[in-house]
Design a protein around this ligand. Structure first.
Ligand code: URA
Length: 267
């Protein structure tokens, strides 16, 4: 069944992201970090001729040029609801490929701080995606984007893993963290880390399941790569910045390679 596609007019400024299709200069690929503060350094590390596009609420946007291809870097804020709003508005401006570039906590012993995880699917421990598809519906990455990310990671010889994310609406209880204000984790989540681990899931983060389900519902493509900044088999804490720095450098190479693959004529 083909769905109606309600594109925005080229000069229509979308209410939440605060930019319009004309601002994208033809970009149809968007890289999506959570943190607005990471957009500028990411755009500059990814490509050349970087320009600021706009900043409204949690959505900061820059354009970059990767090997002659205009790519948008736009923050989503943290968690499902703000991802949902951003994805919807970017799709209305003609963005067809969205790649989350985030951080994560691993739950598997063999995955180390500073490694990268490419998520081919996600556990829907979020609420936003249930507004787009029933919980029985899987949160699965685009095969095209995941293949491009994996090939790029292999070629650049980065420390990477492929696996299922547990995308939680909360940083503390949903990720079974006890170092919170009260230390209370509801029964529903007590022991859940071990369960996800036993099922072979690789990591916790807060956005991928929402992105994947909405992308599927809208008929666009989505993928995700995250840098490991917490190792939950050892600690609940976020690691020193060196872990992020290592993963950031590797994720930049992976995204650059993936963009080239996604845009190669004839692939
Ligand atoms: N982001 C998360 O959601 N969890 C972590 O442990 C690290 C980053």
């Amino acid at each position: 069944m083909s769905k109606q596609k309600n594109y925005a007019a080229p000069d229509e400024v979308l209410y939440h992201v605060g930019i319009c299709k004309n601002d994208l200069q033809g970009a149809t690929i968007a890289i999506l970090p959570g943190d607005p503060g990471r957009v500028e350094p990411m755009a500059k590390a990814l490509g050349t001729d970087c320009t600021f596009v706009g900043a409204h609420r949690e959505y900061t946007s820059w354009l970059t040029n990767i090997n002659g291809v205009k790519v948008l870097v736009c923050s989503t804020g943290m968690g499902g609801p703000s991802v949902g709003i951003g994805v919807e508005e970017l799709a209305r401006m003609g963005v067809t490929h969205m790649i989350r570039f985030g951080t994560t906590g691993t739950i598997q012993e063999e995955i180390n701080l500073g490694d990268c995880i490419i998520n081919n699917a996600a556990v829907r421990l979020d609420g936003t995606s249930t507004h787009f598809a029933p919980l029985e519906f899987p949160a699965v990455a685009s095969f095209e984007i995941t293949s491009a990310l994996v090939k790029a990671a292999q070629e650049t010889k980065t420390d990477f893993h492929i696996g299922i994310s547990v995308s939680s609406d909360t940083f503390w209880p949903g990720q079974e963290r006890y170092d919170s204000f009260t230390g209370y984790v509801p029964r529903r989540f007590q022991g859940s880390l071990k369960e996800w681990q036993a099922l072979g899931a690789t990591n916790y983060e807060m956005e991928t399941s929402t992105l994947y389900v909405i992308a599927q519902a809208l008929g666009i493509h989505a993928g995700s790569v995250c840098g490991v900044i917490a190792k939950r088999t050892e600690s609940e804490s976020i690691a020193p910045k060196s872990a992020y720095d290592k993963a950031f450098a590797d994720m930049i190479k992976i995204i650059q390679g993936a963009v080239v693959k996604l845009t190669k004529v004839g692939k």
